[in-house]
Design a protein around this ligand. Structure first.
Ligand SMILES: Cc1cc2nc3c(=O)[nH]c(=O)nc-3n(C[C@H](O)[C@H](O)[C@H](O)COP(=O)(O)O)c2cc1C
Length: 257
């Protein structure tokens, strides 16, 4: 069994490749009693600023997992920054532990940093399917392993943390503005895993107090009407969804309305 979180479909694609029984964390979070029992239980989620997303941490903290083999796969776009041992430390701090933690490089959906079209052009080099097969073999063999970061990844993470200390958070609120291109379709309200987008007089309004910057809404807007309010992005016209995942899949995974 896999419990996954996704904003643009990479983690859903990975989850589907790794197991036939998968559940969405945002949907599971609606249940009050969360006890999962299976031979193997996995969490598949994206990397957000070198950590697993806060919603995934909350889910793990507040759920019970009855299994012989608990594992975590983190999808990321360019640098994992040694997330595996940090995730194990987080688990240990809440009295849990994983048997296996690994990462997989996929398309980088961090709009604020990357041009999605450029990312698309280097996707094949990342050999996603080959790496997924390797992860699957490890999991089937119930391999015990927590990925150790090399020096380059540790340095990258430390430099990022130093930079963040100096310049402040990468994302400031209000995060988004809505242009006249908005056609009031409401897609943004349905892809948000936190239920923080609603339509007011036909236009999206954002509850910043609940937003976790996953960017599902800005990525899924069919008319590119959602733009960053102040941050400059490399290509405001380019958006991303994993090519094997439909908009309906993202809505079914995340919809809270
Ligand atoms: C807010 C945010 C922060 C991110 N931080 C990182 C990061 O620190 N390192 C990295 O390599 N990728 C980072 N990414 C890219 C995603 O982890 C990656 O594209 C992931 O596969 C997306 O998964 P999803 O399609 O299931 O949402 C970030 C993306 C977002 C939206």
């Amino acid at each position: 069994m896999i419990l996954y979180f996704t904003a643009t479909g990479n983690s859903l694609y990975a989850a589907r490749k790794l197991d036939n029984v998968i559940f969405s964390i945002p949907q599971e979070m609606q249940k009050t009693d969360r006890h999962y029992k299976d031979d193997k239980i996995g969490i598949v989620c994206p990397l957000f600023e070198f950590e697993i997303p806060p919603m995934v941490k909350d889910f793990i903290r507040t759920s019970e997992f009855e299994t012989d083999y608990f594992y975590i796969i983190v999808t990321f776009g360019c640098h994992h920054g040694g997330v595996a041992p940090r995730t194990q430390a987080f688990l240990n701090s809440i009295g849990k532990s994983a048997d296996y933690i690994n990462t997989i490089i996929m398309h980088d959906n961090a709009l604020i940093v990357f041009d999605m079209d450029e990312q698309r052009s280097i996707e094949a080099e990342k050999q996603v399917d080959k790496h997924l097969e390797e992860l699957k073999a490890d999991i089937e063999a119930k391999k015990h392993w927590v990925q150790e970061p090399d020096r380059g990844e540790i340095d990258f993470y430390n430099n990022f943390m130093d930079w963040k200390k100096k310049t402040g958070p990468m994302y400031t609120f209000p995060l988004y503005r809505v242009t006249d291109a908005c056609v009031s379709c409401g897609t943004c309200t349905r892809v948000c895993p936190r239920g923080c987008v609603s339509l007011k007089e036909g236009k999206p309004v954002f509850d910043d107090s609940k937003c976790i910057n996953c960017m599902a809404c800005i990525q899924a807007c069919p008319t590119r009407a959602i733009q960053f309010a102040s941050a400059k992005e490399p290509n405001p016209e380019a958006r991303y969804r994993n090519p094997h995942v439909s908009l309906k899949d993202i809505i079914l995974s995340n919809c809270q309305v």
